[in-house]
Design a protein around this ligand. Structure first.
Ligand code: ZN
Length: 597
């Protein structure tokens, strides 16, 4: 048995995945809400027997190793190391890698963090930092937990410290802790500042943020905060300050609070709101949103209730709504920082966070208070502020809810609101609706999935149905690329002269090696949903699904046709109208045949 197999044999896939996803039994398998995309009904399935997982919502799937790689955002060697440790399997055959430049640079940062922390606690010069921390209400255990430090007010103190530890000039330069002078010499980037080590989500220190302290000898115009630059080990676009400390609280709370600064994070955490992170020196980036998404799909922002706050909200929503996250707003009054609020009243901050409301509701209430919605001018201001937010909403049902609300508030028809909203950007509607588990056949047993996937699941259990499906279904009835591919595979298989020599599922897996788990997952889906039925009843389910799929497809085709007809009529294109009417007749007959009329 090789190492990977040995690890898989020793660990239960459902236990490991269960640490990240709440799993409930579904037939012989387990189901849960997918950690990789936003959903309200489970599409995520784990099979202990087959040692695999699959999500019918986003299409991700694989084994224990791919799960850990995906969810932790790590490469295979690291997943191997983590799981080997969990399983108690020795990796002695794998040679320890030589300490490379990256590890050396990380060593510089970790040693300097300890040194700053000591300077804060013990050095005479550190008294300014200690007094500052005291004024800001930072408790000793908070300072300890965040390893807050003090960078002395000298040009070369850090440099001298690091040199004594034997680091090369290049390693020091790469650490981002020093600035290179014209002649190539180095000096300390951070001087007389309160220092916050920035850790990546695994807890490794990758950079620092430094806050200015009073009584600095330096230029009075100097920035309040300075940060480590982008380095070999610090990619600012994908590090969130506080995530390492916050991740378990984020999972527990089911949401993350996003604030602006280091002090906001630290004070909030001290005030027992621990599920809090900051974008550390940048505006929130898409990569940061994706990382957060591993832990939760709900984020709360503290926005100021002014136009700057609204602009910040728009920027943030553009990022997090790409990831289809739910966004809430924490009402902040009077331009205070979360840091101020948390320090003055921990309860006040806890209540503010608990009182977060859906982001659009927040802005509606702000404008209701400040704008006269009965005047034409007020309506315009309100619409200009709110419609860009509503237009960005990823969920169309939620969106139409807010269109209705705005329509009621302004006494303007929904059509007008929609027109105004779409004036800038057009959205493309997707005709294929996902069947939530509650409407899917045998809801209690299975995960939420497409009708087409249940259909193919049955075909994979009963390959003799391939001829039926190829006769009736066309490729464009398949709503996803993966299903189109499966359809074409079936056609290929059926048209082979000796198609019965290789089982259909093996054929499909060989044809689509990059998604070889998909057919197995479909089979499991059908087993869970229909496994309790005898063959005759399974075939009945197959027929029902087949009719439903054609009906949905027909409805979409007919809608599309009506649209094209209107267009042709407007243009007075008579030849085209003739052609479309014939097509309409054809679809109509198809539907009649289908309904058995
Ligand atoms: Zn998914």
């Amino acid at each position: 048995m090789d190492t990977v197999e040995e690890i898989k044999a020793r660990l239960n896939i459902e236990n490991i995945i269960g640490e990240y996803v709440r799993l409930t039994p579904a037939g012989t398998n387990l189901k849960g809400l997918c950690p990789f995309h936003r959903e309200k009904t489970p599409s995520f399935m784990v099979s202990p027997d087959k040692e695999m997982w699959h999500c019918f919502g986003c299409g991700k799937g694989g084994d224990l190793f791919t799960f850990i790689m995906e969810i932790e955002g790590i490469e295979f060697p690291e997943a191997l190391r983590i799981l080997a440790e969990r399983a108690g399997v020795q990796l002695s055959r794998i040679p320890q890698p030589q300490k490379n430049k990256k590890t050396r640079v990380l060593d510089v940062l970790s040693l300097i963090a300890q040194w700053y922390h000591q300077s804060f606690a013990l050095s005479k010069a550190g008294v300014v930092a200690r007094e500052y921390a005291q004024r800001r209400g930072l408790l000793p255990e908070t300072i300890q937990a965040w390893q807050i430090g003090y960078a002395p007010d000298l040009w070369d103190a850090g440099l001298a410290f690091a040199r004594k530890r034997g680091f090369t000039q290049e390693e020091l330069r790469e650490s981002g802790m020093f600035i290179v002078k014209g002649d190539g010499a180095l000096y300390d980037r951070f001087r007389h500042r309160l220092m916050f080590p920035i850790r990546d989500h695994r807890g490794t220190i990758v950079g620092f943020g430094g806050r200015i302290l009073d009584g600095s000898k330096t230029d009075p115009g100097e920035a309040k905060y300075i940060n480590s630059p982008q380095t070999l080990v610090y990619d600012k676009s994908n590090v969130l300050f506080g995530l390492y400390q916050a991740k378990s609280s984020i999972r527990e709370a089911g949401e993350a609070v996003i604030v602006e600064g280091y002090m906001d994070v630290v004070s909030s955490s001290q005030a027992e709101v621990k599920n809090v992170v900051a974008a550390s020196g940048t505006a929130l980036t898409p990569a940061q949103a994706r990382i957060l998404k591993r832990y939760t799909s709900t984020v709360s922002f503290a926005f100021d209730n002014d136009s700057a706050g609204l602009r910040a909200a728009l920027r943030a929503l553009d990022i997090v709504w790409i990831e289809a996250m739910t966004v809430k707003a924490i009402p902040i009054i009077g331009g205070k920082d979360p840091d101020d609020i948390a320090r003055e009243s921990p309860d006040g901050w806890q209540n503010a966070v608990a009182g977060a409301v859906p982001v659009i509701d927040y802005w509606i209430s702000v404008f209701q208070k400040t704008t006269d919605l009965s005047s034409g001018q007020g309506k315009r201001v309100f619409a200009q502020a709110l419609l860009p937010l509503i237009r960005r909403m990823p969920d169309s049902i939620e969106q139409s809810h807010y269109i209705q609300r705005v329509s009621t508030l302004l006494h303007v028809s929904e059509e007008t609101i929609i027109k105004a909203m779409n004036a800038t950007v057009k959205k493309r509607a997707d005709g294929h609706a996902r069947i939530p588990a509650s409407n899917a056949p045998h809801e209690q047993k299975t995960v939420s999935s497409l009708s087409e996937e249940f259909l193919w699941g049955i075909v994979l259990l009963h390959p003799e149905l391939i001829s039926v499906i190829i006769d009736i279904v066309t490729e464009d009835m398949m709503p996803t690329d993966a299903l189109k591919e499966l359809y074409n595979c079936a056609k290929l298989y059926y048209n082979q002269p000796d198609f019965h020599t290789q089982p259909f599922i093996d054929f499909v897996r060989a044809q689509t090696p990059q998604s070889e788990n998909y057919p197995v997952a479909l089979q499991m889906l059908a087993e869970d949903a229909f496994g309790h039925l005898d063959t005759e009843h399974q075939l009945k389910e197959f027929e029902k699904l087949l009719i439903r799929i054609q009906r949905v497809w027909l409805a979409i085709q007919r809608k599309e046709l009506i649209f094209q007809l209107k267009d042709a009529e407007q243009k007075g294109d008579h030849a085209r109208i003739e052609q479309l009417l014939a097509e309409q007749q054809r679809l109509h007959s198809y539907l009649q045949r289908l309904e058995g009329v």
